[in-house]
Design a binder for this molecule. Sequence first.
Ligand code: GAL
Length: 654
Amino acid sequence: MPGLDDATRGRLLFGGDYNPEQWPEETWHEDVRLMKAARVNSVTLGVFSWSKLEPEPGAREFGWLDTLMDLLHEHGIGVVLATPTSSPPPWMGRLHPDTLPVTEDGRTEWWGGRQHFSHSSATYRRYAAAITEDLAARYAGHPALTMWHINNEYCTADHGDEAAAAFRRWLRARYGTLDALNTAWGTAFWSQGYDTWDGILPPRLPHYMRNPTQVLDFRRFTSDMLLECYAAERDIVRRHTPHLPVTSNFMPLFLGQDAWRWAEEEDVVSVDLYPDPRDPLGAQHGALVQDMTRSQARGPWMLMEQAAGPVNWRGVNHPKPRGLNRLWSLQAVARGADAVCFFQWRQSRQGAEKFHSGMVSHAGEEGRTFQEVKQLGADLERIAPETAGRHVTAGVAVLHDWHSWWAGTQDGRLSGEVDYPDVLRAWHRALWQAHLTSDFAHPEHDLTPYPVVVAPQLYALTDAAIGNLLAYVRQGGTLVCGFQTGVADQDDRVRPGGMDARLRELFGIRTLHEWWPLDAGESVACEGFGATLWSEEIEAGEADEVIPYRGGELDGLPAILRRGRAWYVSTLPEPGALRDLLAGIAAGAGVGPVLDGLPGQVEAVRRGELLFLLHHGREPVTVEVPGTHHDLLTGTDVTDRVTLGRYGAAVLRP
Ligand code: GAL
């Protein structure tokens, strides 16, 4: 199978979404001039071009795209060509209302925005396949073409009638018989037993809480249907260009797609990443998404979109202060990206995103944004030869599973304060702040390469996953699990005893009496630290070590238990405590920080032979780096220490 290296060929890709159909042809020439000046070597064309390519049903207008493909090729700029299928032309909805998705309360999502397509619509799929076929046939041999980009941020759900029929088919394939479905869904509760497949619907708006397993299966179904749409287009382009890689861009930590499953179907894993420049933890959010994407890719990955300045979809949208765009771009490279791309090349003057930044902002060539983009292009070119294709090594794996997330976010749970992504972020942040590089893994993956595995919140676990965790510890791994691990099975059925018996034994828990969720802002004292969000009334069994709750109802009962190399943390320790706990456990398992003695705001990552140092603060800091190193960014040697200025970075080769 082709991979990202077939497109990079030893370079780091640099560029972004290019939407020239919004501009007159003179601007295209200006664009390529500026692209060359910024050392842009890759652009993504055609993401939202469907109505331009097919202005009426069956018509084909490829001339403008031919001109652009040729123009870009003449200037040595490669093209990631997108199938335009995420935003069907208005005629499609008008002539074929069956292509429009329906919300849970029966409202149609109309054209006039984007992503108004039903994954289950046979009509939509037929048109999508046809335009993909013609696009692929036309450009298969074009020398500018380097990669395919299918659709864009697949994310729609559909509760309409055609989707209902598809849901039933999907359920039949999963369960075989109605009995099996009734059992899995627990339909004995609230008189929900189904006597015919035709009675089953997507989870449309009910009077009161929904059946949680129906909702869980609907999420699985939705992810699978979108994946089917992706795979259908992928197979078409593959037939024309078996030598070129195919991707579809993920949204970071997005609820709607099982990205582990999706990544297996992609040649290149790509993601869109937009941390808030004002968020003090924006850099950590970036690191988390980058670590997750790298893990899905099992190697180098593509940053498909980021913003050179502000986005325009938050309540208040802040620009990036000077230097931050470069720093966060280098962070992505440090954490394994072989492509640093933006949405979008030139900031629009019209449409819903006219206040969203571009690499060329409204201020134009002289604007600070473009000037910084130019500097970034030069930096990336400088470090590329020793960076591209190299791997990042991690001693810790963070477990994450969409199905567990889906099961854990249902109505009717004990605390609406517990937010899965927040818990995941808290644990990843603890590792990040301890300068421990982490990968992400699925609970059924081979975990043996990692001395330490942490599971922030795997509420639902399959038997296979539980078996995998037990085997991992048996084989010498150190496992740290957060609260509510292994409560439910794959059908969101609570396991006897409130936590799987094998796991209780693993952690040295005799009885889990009650869960004690905490209110927003409430904290609970534990021996030596405070904790928030959640607590549990546990009676220890054969634990080797117990750190107790102090005071209150749970006084003296275990907050943290350890049995052998298995730890259970029944609450969310405050950030510093979680950092110290995980750093201590990792040290015990022989896993240390990337570099000792790092200042707080400096992030360090090793990629291949290189040590990336990234300074997230504005005041200069000095970092001790024993020995002599060559800084690829400045081209100079540094000995024993390096000083980093505001948002500064160094890329050191020993
Ligand atoms: C992404 C999308 C782009 C653009 C961008 C704005 O979600 O793929 O087309 O809308 O957001 O931040």
